[in-house]
Ligand binder design. Sequence first.
Ligand code: ADP
Ligand code: MG
Length: 405
Amino acid sequence: MSTFESAAQPYGVPGHASAPPYPTASAPAPYPHHQPPTQPPAPPPYQPQEPYQRPEPYQPPEQHQPPEQYQPQDQQPQEQYQPPQSYQPQEQRPAVTVAPVVRPTEDPLSLPAKPATDAEEDDPSTGPDGSIGPTGRPKRHIPEPAMLEKHGPAKVLAICNQKGGVGKTTSAINLGAALTEFGRRVLLVDFDPQGALSVGLGIPPHALDQTIYNVLIEHGPNLDDVVIRTTVEDMDLLPSNIDLSAAEVQLVAEVGREHALLRTLRPVIDKYDYILVDCQPSLGLLTVNALAAADGVLIPLECEYFSMRGAALLMDTIQKVQERLNPRLEITGILATMFDPRTLHSREVMARVVERFGDIVFDTVINRTVRFPETTVAGEPITRWAPRSAGAKAYRALAREVIAR
Ligand SMILES: Nc1ncnc2c1ncn2[C@@H]1O[C@H](COP(=O)(O)OP(=O)(O)O)[C@@H](O)[C@H]1O
Ligand SMILES: [Mg+2]
């Protein structure tokens, strides 16, 4: 026997030294105190059930009545088919009248622009370094923006929040105008079919033949032919109107649909220092295009509870775009808007926002003031309409922070 076979001797072979410890047939019963189970109780005696009752005999249902004989209705004499008369051109076509384009000043719903009351006002966002600002934090030092020797390539900032009425458009116009005061060339891109950015700069969007839509979808016109110069020097506008609402559907079928805006803006990137994209209030394909084209996102956040809650969803979308479409996208900052220092609610929301988002919250805070709706009527940025007002100063302070980031 080889060593291997002896080693492989199976365990428990009878007669082997390592025979099992369990009882075999000849071994005594292992449980000497075991009692057999007692006899099960006898079932109760059989009780006959009640005598079987025959069911009632089957009753056929009532005799089936055939439906009444179909009576054809009175014969309608069919009209003889008349072939259509052959097309007769009318002698004189009535001239097509095109309604004159309604400019905002002729619009029956327009308001007369008020002359600005440009009194000197203090803005709490523009206090000395280290003093406690409206965010409740000591203000950080923001260096004086350096003058530029040459322009471009532009930093693209998407101004984005899926909630409406939080100050996206207002911030695009006024931040853009404030940036030009520091020698920056700015292109504002109206990326909302409502065209509010165009209206806010005194340009009636429905009167425009060519807008961003034509460049984005039809690839037809040259971008330079669509861009409009605004009343602010060094600030141009790529306008939009209701046509853009169709783009969201049309883009779906395009290859690289998320990068359509990036392709559109590429030819002018070198001409500007900042391109501000005013997004529509949704997280749809247009907004994703803006985020895919952007280097940074600026989030205006209204100092109200609901706005704060919507910010989490927006952060989620931004993160997805960062991961899947545009790794260079970063959050430039969160701008608290519509802040009312007199209300506890505003201050509470502000404290929560600063606690949650930390340093990305700008030290500059935009107060709620009727001055902003008034500038929209005037069709001018606040930095020009009321240059010494608190609102103008706040957007200048914001421009410095944006340049510094
Ligand atoms: N800081 C502010 N205080 C008061 N009203 C404001 C302020 N910012 C914007 N508004 C007004 O609120 C309305 C919505 O602002 P808008 O910038 O169009 O928001 P969005 O573009 O986010 O929809 C406009 O009538 C605007 O004039
Ligand atoms: Mg808007």
